[in-house]
Design a protein around this ligand. Structure first.
Ligand code: ACM
Ligand code: ZN
Length: 257
């Protein structure tokens, strides 16, 4: 099994299942956990969708907890990534169940509802002896005790998180998104339309200026992302990963000089 192979080499595989957004494939099969009831089709293209898990329906929580139970049986990782990014909340604003939940829980807006949703899952993971990891949006709308933040929107989001007391993994688009072009687009396989050359990975400083010694200790490391919308083979993945992954490894495994 993959995680055992990894563990023998001191690598911990952290699984991620994204929620409440980026969940249309789950809702296509289980539309009853959406706000509108569907029906939905699994996307044939990528993008951010308005239909997300309904945070006002108690059955949504049971459904997700069942999935987390299965996930933690499969993966021994102490830390479980629940996503939390790019959740449009238009449906929550008009959904009777979501509106009723906001009244019942005294939540002033949909950001606080997202925080309520994430907090419940974090408490659930805690009850199973695991801890939550999530993209930096999980800070919006309230604090999630014990969560680790993966800062992707910017280095500043990572700084904001360490200053708020979170442990942080830096993964900013500015230096860690290997789905972006690494050379002139005309000479490269078609990729996400943004540019991240090797030099910019080398220039990355995962522990930014302006943090105290205590805050610096809460920056656990960095992660590269290779989102695979444009990747159609292992060769294509390797092409995008290397040599930038070597550069990132050098940056995060070498002491500051
Ligand atoms: C992300 O790239 N949406 C984490
Ligand atoms: Zn709803």
């Amino acid at each position: 099994i993959a995680f055992q192979y990894a563990a023998a080499r001191n690598v911990n595989i952290i699984p991620e299942i994204d929620m409440p957004g980026h969940s249309l494939s789950a809702l296509a099969a289980y539309p009853e956990y959406s706000c509108t009831g569907g029906p939905f089709k699994v996307l044939e293209l990528w993008g951010i969708q308005s239909d997300i898990f309904c945070a006002g329906n108690e059955k949504t929580y049971t459904f997700i907890e069942d999935i987390l139970d299965e996930l933690i049986t499969l993966f021994p990782s102490q830390v479980i990534h629940i996503g939390g990014d790019e959740a449009h909340k238009d449906r929550w604003k008009v959904c009777p169940k979501c509106k009723a939940k906001m009244v019942a829980e005294n939540l002033k807006d949909v950001n606080e509802l997202q925080s309520y949703f994430i907090h419940r899952l974090s408490t659930y993971l805690g009850s199973k002896g695991r801890r939550m990891l999530g993209w930096d949006e999980i800070m919006d709308g309230g604090t999630i005790p014990d969560a680790t933040i993966m800062a992707w929107r910017s280095v500043d989001k990572g700084i904001e998180a360490v200053k708020a007391g979170y442990n942080v993994i830096m993964s900013p688009t500015s230096n860690c998104y290997f789905n972006f072009y690494q050379g002139q687009p005309d000479d490269e396989p078609e990729s996400f339309r943004a540019f991240l050359p090797l030099e910019q990975v080398y220039a990355f400083s995962p522990i930014p200026e302006g943090c105290t010694e205590e805050e610096k200790k809460r920056i656990l490391g960095a992660q590269a992302n290779l989102w695979t919308e444009y990747i159609d083979s292992p060769d294509a993945a390797n092409y995008m990963l290397f040599p930038r992954l070597c550069a990132l490894a050098e940056v995060v495994w070498t002491a500051d000089s």
